[in-house]
Ligand binder design. Sequence first.
Ligand code: ADP
Length: 262
Amino acid sequence: MTLVAGVDIGSTTAKCALIEDGRIVGKSLAPVGVELVKDAERALEQALAEARRDRGEVRVVTGTGYGRFKVTFGQFTVTEIGCHAKGAHFLFPGTRLVLDIGGQDTKAIKVDPNGEVVDFAMNDKCAAGTGRFLDVCAGALGYDVSEIGALSLGARHPVKVTNTCTVFAESEVTSYVARGKDPKDILAGLYGGIVSRSLSLMQRVGVEPEVTFTGGVSKNEGMVRTLERRLALRVNVSPLSQYVGAVGAALYGLERPTGAPA
Ligand code: ADP
C-alpha cells in the first residue's frame, strides 16, 4: 500500500489530496495567505488529519499550482496543466478536454486517452473571467461567490456586461444594480461573457467530448449550465472538482521512483 500526497498551492486556495490504492483517502482546502510554505504544510497536515494518517506514512509529496515551489517539503513539482489532465482522467477516464477556471487563470487542456497533455491554451494575463472576477462581482451584488451559482438559473433577460476588466466590470454591475436590474439577469450576463472567453480558449485546442470542468469556478452551477448550453454537450463536474490539480499531483507521485518519506 502506497500513500501519496498532492499539494496544490493556487492563487486563492491551498488544496491537498491523499491517494492510496487508487482511492482518495483524505483531502483539505483552505484559503492561502502570505506565508505559502506554511499554507502548504497546513494543507498536508489537515488532509492527514482527515485520513487519520501520519506524515511518516506518506511515500511521495508532489507540489503543483502557481505556488508549487513553496511545497518545500515535497520531492517533486509538476505544472498544474499536467496535474489537471491527470486528475480529470482519474475522475472521468473519458476526458478529452479539461476546462480549468481557478482564482486567477483559465486553462483549456486537451488530453489523450491516457490522460497525458496533448495541447493547452491559457489566459493568465489578468483576472478577467476567473474566480477572482466572480468574487468581486458577487460582492458588488451583495452575495458571497458560493451563493451566486444557483441564483442565475431563472434569468430571463440577461444584461450585456461589456467590461472584461475586473475593476470596470464591478462598477458596471453596481450601475446595473442602481438601475434596478434583476441580479439573475446581471449574473447571466457575466456568465455569458466568461463562457464566451473560455470557449475561445477551448476552440484553440479543439473541442472534443468528454469535457471535464475543473477548478473552483466549476462549483458555480450557473457557469456549468451556461457552458453546457453553449457547447450543446453535457460537461463532467466532480464534487471534488476543486481538488483535481491536487489529485493529479498525488498520482504523479506514484509514477516516480520512490522518494524518501516526507
Ligand atoms: P486557485 O487554484 O487559483 O487558488 P481555485 O481552483 O481554488 O483557484 O478556485 C477559486 C475560485 O473558485 C474562487 O475565486 C471562487 O470564485 C470559486 N469558488 C470557490 N468555491 C465556490 C463555490 N462554492 N461556488 C462558486 N464558486 C466557488
